[in-house]
Design a binder for this molecule. Structure first.
Ligand code: DQQ
Length: 714
């Protein structure tokens, strides 16, 4: 255990019963333990210091001299463990700028303890545990705690949230590591109280956890912090740790680890394509949203950049930097985004400090719009005093225009228009379009208006689907002529980028279709769609096709000329879960054609994509995965009439199946095969014969410099 360590156990005035219980245990477990008053400690006499405080942090405990002694000891290489209320000392100690925002006493009603992050599975403090859910405190006691919940530490990295019996309390951030100067600090803010007896298992876990922590802090070797990596080495490390996960996409844009949702601030700047995204450094769940950043020279190979925007503890975006867009303000790259604070979400802005778009300065006037409009009245909900967020900004004849998504009290979603001469002072103009609550949703998020010349396209995300309206936009009004879904599956909150050659490319967030605990165990959540080129078809409809740049990723073609199918299954001579399949198919007299991907040899797991005489394409997930945490619902879309040939392009990448039919209709599914041999592809016809007039299958290379590629073929 910790026998050979010299441990300084700290207290303020005198040791409380809880402190005494903790330090008594330490004395039994370790060789040299000394209890020291915070004002008299000589840090150099110890290998590690431990402050266990069983009440909320009280600034009176820590006079300036004592704080200075501890700070300089840590900065010169010492290790400090702060448990329970003592974690609140990180700010006065100068190691952190944001204190834990949830502190006090709580009744423990079920086994509770750290919910360890998969990214840190090999962290020395996690050694000897074979689970991510470590119960360290049994039920029946009221104990102190200090946690980050609504905010995330700005300098520390989250190692664990909280597990309560079988429930993953993902947003209760309990265990945080800091690396000030040459030293290290670990905070374990809850479920490590010693005074009251607890179950044997909990007791053993608690002792192992605290012993590991003391040993790690004494050893001086620091495990890299990966929540906000900022160089190729740490990005590579984060990606490498997750690289053996066969379900993690390799040629789609993914976060290095943790959480990704909406694409933001898409811009081609100084010769490079920038894709920002909603990112949570605290873990693979939606919360404490920052802007992550990826950059590309060719739209298919991507590199990570450091986090671009973080919530400001004192700003209107304290609780999150939500979705927004980027514009070129006469040579200054500028983003408009939604700041969240308590029950307010208001527009904020930031300008890039240089052409790399790596660092941004927030506008001192934020929020640049101070309140939600009154006419029509914006919907207030339990979460928000006004559902009002997300930005689409463009300039026309020297005037800036902005759309903001909203919900209307007693109505449906709305896209609200503002106008400005300088991008900072905005005048409200009213909704350009409102929707019917029953058919188009209560709130419209992430509205975007795209101008195709003859026609305009407005798309909105209504919590479930991305609906697009094609029609004309004039004088602040959108007149919708057609309406459909941009994608019929797992696709949300898209945003677009205009390229110099006049094309428009759109990326959407592909959310997970498995439960929170499965996402936690994976260590990452969310990926982007492939870039889709949107254009108008001759008949006035919408074309969507994968960006031609993606051909760059193609490897060898395992193609076939013509395949005549009947009920006998034809298995293709390729094993892959990272490929593109392009085909033209015809239902001769068959009822349906089935293309099955991610298939095991015995077909215990398989994801059939079916094209039927009802002019429907579906992705059947009922057999896609043996994992009960994965969604099994079938997803469907109508396509052009069955009696004409159908062009099908299917992109499979780990847990992503992205289907394009006739370059018009898209359906993206998230699927989670569990078996390593779920890499087969087969075809057959049902109820007659069908023809595959052409078939190409390419394995596709990964998009990231160091992403694992060894899973491509078996
Ligand atoms: N996601 C953002 C919001 C937006 C929503 C928050 C859509 O700005 O409305 O992460 O997914």
């Amino acid at each position: 255990m910790v026998e050979s360590l010299r441990i300084g156990c700290l207290y303020a005035d005198s040791c409380s019963d809880e402190q005494a219980a903790a330090y008594d245990w330490c004395e039994e477990a370790a060789g040299t333990v000394e209890r020291c008053s915070l004002t008299a400690v000589a840090p150099e006499a110890f290998d590690v210091l431990w402050w266990h405080r069983d009440d909320e942090f009280d600034p009176d405990d820590l006079p300036a001299d004592a704080a200075e002694t501890l700070r300089s000891a840590v900065e010169s290489g010492s290790g400090l463990l702060l448990t329970l209320g003592a974690m609140g000392a990180v700010v006065p100690l100068g190691f952190e700028t944001v204190p834990p925002d949830e502190t006090g006493w709580e009744e423990i009603s079920e086994p509770t303890g750290p919910l360890w992050k998969a990214l840190y599975e090999d962290h020395p403090v996690h050694a000897e545990f074979d689970t991510l859910r470590i119960h360290t405190r049994g039920p029946g006691v009221t104990v102190p705690y200090a946690r980050y919940e609504g905010v995330v530490p700005t300098r520390g990295d989250v190692l664990a949230s909280t597990a309560r019996a079988d429930t993953d309390a993902v947003s209760e951030l309990s265990t945080i590591a800091w690396h000030p100067g040459d030293g290290q600090v670990l905070g374990i803010g809850s479920a490590v109280s010693f005074l009251h007896p607890t179950h044997d298992i909990c007791q053993r876990n608690r002792e192992t956890l605290v012993s590991n922590a003391l040993r790690q802090l004494a050893g001086g070797e620091r495990s890299p912090l990966l929540g906000r990596p900022n160089d190729a080495g740490t990005f590579g490390l984060a990606r490498d740790r997750l690289a053996t996960d066969r379900l993690r996409p390799n040629y789609h844009v993914t976060p290095p680890a943790n959480w990704l949702n909406d694409p933001n601030g898409l811009i081609h700047w100084n010769g490079r394509y920038h894709l920002f995204y909603q990112y949570n450094p605290a873990g693979p769940f939606h919360g404490t949203i920052h802007w992550g950043h990826a950059v590309s020279d060719d739209l298919v190979h991507w590199e990570d950049e450091p986090v671009a925007l973080s919530p400001s503890p004192d700003g209107p975006d304290r609780d999150g930097c939500w979705s927004g867009c980027a514009v070129d303000d006469d040579g200054t790259p500028t983003v408009l985004y939604t700041g969240g604070r308590e029950k307010l979400q208001l527009p904020c802005m930031a300008t890039a400090d240089d052409d790399s778009l790596r660092t941004w300065s927030k506008d001192p006037e934020n929020p640049i719009i101070q309140e939600v409009p009154r006419e029509p009245q914006v919907l207030s909900t339990e979460d928000w005093d006004g559902e009002f967020r997300d930005h689409c900004v463009w300039r026309e004849d020297g005037t800036w225009y902005q759309l903001i998504g909203a919900g209307i009290e007693d109505g449906g979603g709305a896209a609200l228009l503002y106008e400005s001469g300088d991008l900072r002072n905005w005048e409200y103009r009213g909704p350009i379009l409102t929707g019917d609550r029953d058919t188009a949703g209560t709130v419209w998020e992430c509205p975007e208006l795209l101008d195709f010349g003859e026609k305009q396209l407005l798309h909105i995300s209504n919590y479930e689907d991305v609906i697009y309206f094609l029609g004309t936009y004039e004088d602040g009004q959108f007149d919708a002529e057609r309406r459909d879904k941009l994608d019929h599956g797992d696709f949300y909150a898209p945003q677009s980028m205009w390229l110099d050659d006049g094309r428009v490319l759109t990326w959407g967030w592909l959310p997970e279709a498995r439960d929170v605990s499965a996402q936690w165990d994976a260590g990452w959540s969310g990926t982007m769609s492939l870039p889709r080129e949107l254009s108008l078809a001759d008949d006035g409809g919408l074309c969507q096709r994968p960006a031609p740049e993606l051909r760059e990723l193609r490897g060898e073609n395992v193609g076939h000329d013509v395949l005549r199918l009947d009920s006998e299954r034809r298995t293709l001579d390729i094993d892959s879960c990272q490929f593109e399949l392009r085909s033209t198919v015809r239902l001769d007299d068959a009822d349906a054609l089935e293309l099955s991907v991610l298939e095991t040899p015995d077909r215990e797991e398989q994801t059939p994509i079916r094209y039927t005489r009802r002019s429907e394409v579906s992705v059947d997930r009922s057999t896609a995965s043996l994992d009960e945490r994965a969604t099994s619902a079938t997803q469907r879309m109508r396509v052009t009439p069955y009696d004409s040939p159908l062009s099908l392009r299917v992109f499979v990448d780990g847990s992503v199946v992205e289907v394009f039919a006739n370059e018009r209709h898209c359906l993206t599914s998230r699927v989670y095969p569990t078996r390593e041999d779920a890499t087969g592809i087969s075809l057959r016809a049902e109820g007659g014969r069908a023809t595959v007039a052409s078939l190409d299958v390419w394995e596709l290379a990964g998009a990231w410099p160091r992403a694992g590629t060894d899973r491509v073929s078996q």
